[in-house]
Design a protein around this ligand. Sequence first.
Ligand code: FAD
Length: 358
Amino acid sequence: MSVDATPQPAEGATPPAEAARAAFPAPIARRTLVPVSFELYPPRTDAGRVSLDRTIDHLASIDPGFISVTYGAGGTSGGRSLEVLRGIRARTSVEPLAHLTCVGNTYAGATTLIREFLDAGILSFLALRGDPPEGSVEGDDFLGDLGSAAELVQLIHRAQAERAQYAETSLSDVPGAAVVGVPNRARIAVAAFPNGHPRSRGVSQDIDTLLSKQAAGATLAITQLFFHADHYLAFVARAKAAGVTMPILPGIMPITTPGRLRRVLELSGEEVPAELEIALQVEPDDEGRVQIGIEYAAQLCRDVLAGGAPGIHLYAFNEYKTVLAVLEAAGLLADLPFHSIPRVLRPARSRRTVFQTP
Ligand code: FAD
């Protein structure tokens, strides 16, 4: 889901920076029991930036595999995305993952953009075609030099390979000496659509598209939001049968108001989840609606994990309380420090990253 595709929750109503700072208590130490990641978008106001720092601290406190930051198609949020990614790097030990889009860009422009992110130390990307620019719809001629996300995946790998043909590690005990090693390869995720991309002719085209992204060098897929675990699980089963070997991470969005549900359905083209829609409409109380959204998303988490999902990717809307409450309700947070989690419950090395090893 993209930044511009998501409603901007109450940003206009965000309190001034000081008030926002005071509104967030210090994070408490919890740990996730499965690989978890979050999506944020670049804020548009100073107060939004301050509260986002607090959000990042809270999200980082549960040790997620990565935090991704959306990118406005056509470069509308490039600088702001990079600023948030830099902030994640500076404030936490969590891997920052940059969404990048190629809509409307030239090869030279896209290469410069990729280099800018690599120079900032960003090595994980979500390579996307991008939403149609304002005023355009699917099918219009709005692409630039790159025709698809798969081409962007290749370009990122090429830019990284050119930039770091070899990697040098200094030898601390021998002044001026260095050993030459294998360069860090960029880790590239791509989007997947369990209920079909609006432009796709059918599920086999969605799976072919995913296969082409994998062939281009992607090692992780993150799904568009969905409302029924079966839709995700059936898509994953078909993708695997067709030869997709990279993990497909379910993207789950807690929806806590009828307005947000309406907007998200409009933008994603997903089918109306009748049960959730009715529950949100009949509940008279704000807090009650939040609980409904949390419980619905928590149940989705439980169901996809029971069906074999490699982790959970949560669309956080730049807030931490709701997504952490979802993980709590799904039974995915532990109070204990990692080393004291019983070994059988302790996730393997993959806990911090769900990227497939190339
Ligand atoms: P692609 O994989 O390139 O293609 C999408 C569809 O078009 C496929 O169905 C494919 O079969 C079809 N297609 C591709 N090329 C052709 C062709 N030549 N002829 C016919 N059909 C073709 N958008 C943003 O702008 N910023 C973001 O930060 C952002 N984050 C997202 C995060 C996630 C997890 C997801 C799922 C989506 C995100 N999006 C974002 C939205 C995304 O950019 C749009 O959904 C876009 O329409 C598709 O992007 P893609 O990378 O899947 O495109």
